[in-house]
Design a protein around this ligand. Sequence first.
Ligand code: AMP
Ligand code: ZN
Length: 479
Amino acid sequence: MASGEAKLRLYNTLTREKADFVPLDPGNVRMYVCGPTVYDYAHIGNARPVIVFDVLFRLLRHLYGASHVTYVRNITDVDDKINARAARDFPELPLNEAIRKVTEKTAAQFLADAKALGCLDPTVQPRATEHIAEMIAMTQTLIRKGNAYSAEGHVLFDVKSFRHGGELEYGKLAHRSLDDMLAGARVEVAPYKRDPMDFVLWKPSSPEEPGWESPWGRGRPGWHLECSAMSEKHLGEVFDIHGGGIDLAFPHHENELAQSRCAHGTPMMAQVWMHNGFLQVEGQKMSKSLGNFVTISELLNTDKFGGRKWPGEVLRLAMLMTHYREPIDFSVEKLEVATKVLDGWYRLVGDGKASETSDYGSRVLNELRDDLNTPEALTSLHVSADFARDPDDDNGPARFKFAANVLGLLEMTASQWFQGGRDDVVEIATLVTARLAALNAKDFATADRIRAELLEQGIQLMDSKNAAGERVTTWEVKR
Ligand code: AMP
Ligand code: ZN
C-alpha cells in the first residue's frame, strides 16, 4: 500500500476489535475462506460468504496489487453428508463412484453459481481428496507432539493439551470456557474420548465407505483437519485472513486453529478471523420445512422466489446493501429495489468502457477500507451517479463505471444487461431487422406478427428515429 493512504481496518473475531490490517508480507497477502461441502445445491445463505469475501479479495487486489494477493477457497469433497447423499441418489452404484458423481456435479454447479454472482475465481480452489497425504502427516505430527491420541481406529485431538504458558488456549476464538462449549455443543459422546470436547482428526471407514490407508487403518479425515492441511499447503503455517460464516467460528474454526497452531508450534494460525452474519428469508430462518429454502440456482433460473428469475448481479447488490457482519433479511422487496438501482446505473453508463481509475472509485475504496463498509460504499455510488449524470461531468459515466466495478458491479454493458444475458441475441437481431424491412415496405401485418412473436418470448421492442430521421428499433427483456 502506498504510504500516506488511508489504512485498511478489519474487525477480528479473535480480539473482538477493529484494528489496522498489516499484512505479514505485503508482497503476498494471503486469505483462506472455507468453501462449500459439495453434496447439494448452494442456498442463498451460502452465497453470502462467497460474495463478501469476493469484495474483500477485490479490495486487497486494489490495495496491494492484483498479483500480490492469494485467495484460497476450498471444496470439501470428503464428508459424511456427501456419503449419505450419494447412497440415497445412486443406490445402484458402488459408493465411491456415487460419491464422485455427487461431488463433481455439485462442485461444477457451485462454480457456475459463483460466476453468476459476479465473483472472481479464487487463486486456488483445493479439494480435500487431493490433500489426504498432508492430512495424515499433520495427524502424525499432532500425535508426536502430544496433542492427539489414537483410540479404536480413531485419532482424536486432545483439547486440554492446547495450552500456552500453562493457560488453556482452546476456546479463545469462541470466547468460551470448556464448560460453556460443552453445554452449547452437540458433541458425540464416545467411550474412547479423554474429554467430551475432543474432536476427530481421523476416523475408520467401512469397506464400502470412502477411505485411505493410514497408520491407523483404512479411514478418512475429519472436516476440520481438511482446512488446516489445505491452508498450510497453499498459504503456509501462518497467514493473514481466515473467513467464513459466523456459524463456522465454533467449532470449525476453533478446531482448525487448535490443530494448526499445535502442529506448527505457532502463536497464531491467521492474523484476522472474519465472519459474515447470517441470512434469513422474509424475516424467518431459512428452512426446508418452512418452505422458504431457496437455492442460488433457483433464484437465477426459476420463478420460485417472487414469481420471476433474478440476475446474479441483483442478488449481489441486494447482499451488499447490508454490512457483512449484520444479519440480512433477504426479501423480494430487496431484490426489486436492487433491480431498479441497477437499471438506473446501466442507463447511466451505457455500453461505454470504465475509466482506468477514478475519484468516484477512490471514494468506494475508502468506504471499504473501514471493515468492508459496503452500505456506505453504495451510498457514495448513489451520490456519484448524480454527479456523473451531469453532462458537464467529464467522462462521468466511465468514472462511475470504474467505481461500481470496485464492488464487482456493472461489469457488463447496458445492452447485455437489458437483454438479460439472453443467448439468442443473434436470432432476435435477425427478427428485428426483418421487422424493420417489413415496416419500410409497409407490410404492417408481417411487422406486427414479428413484434407479437418476440413479445411471446419476453422481448419488448422500442421504436424511435435517429438523427437522420430513420426508423431504429432497440429491444429489452420484458420485466
Ligand atoms: P456449509 O456448506 O454449510 O459449510 O456453508 C458454506 C458457507 O456458507 C459457510 O461459510 C457458512 O457459514 C455459510 N452459511 C451457511 N448458511 C448461511 C446463512 N443462512 N447465512 C449466511 N451464511 C451462511
Ligand atoms: Zn474450514
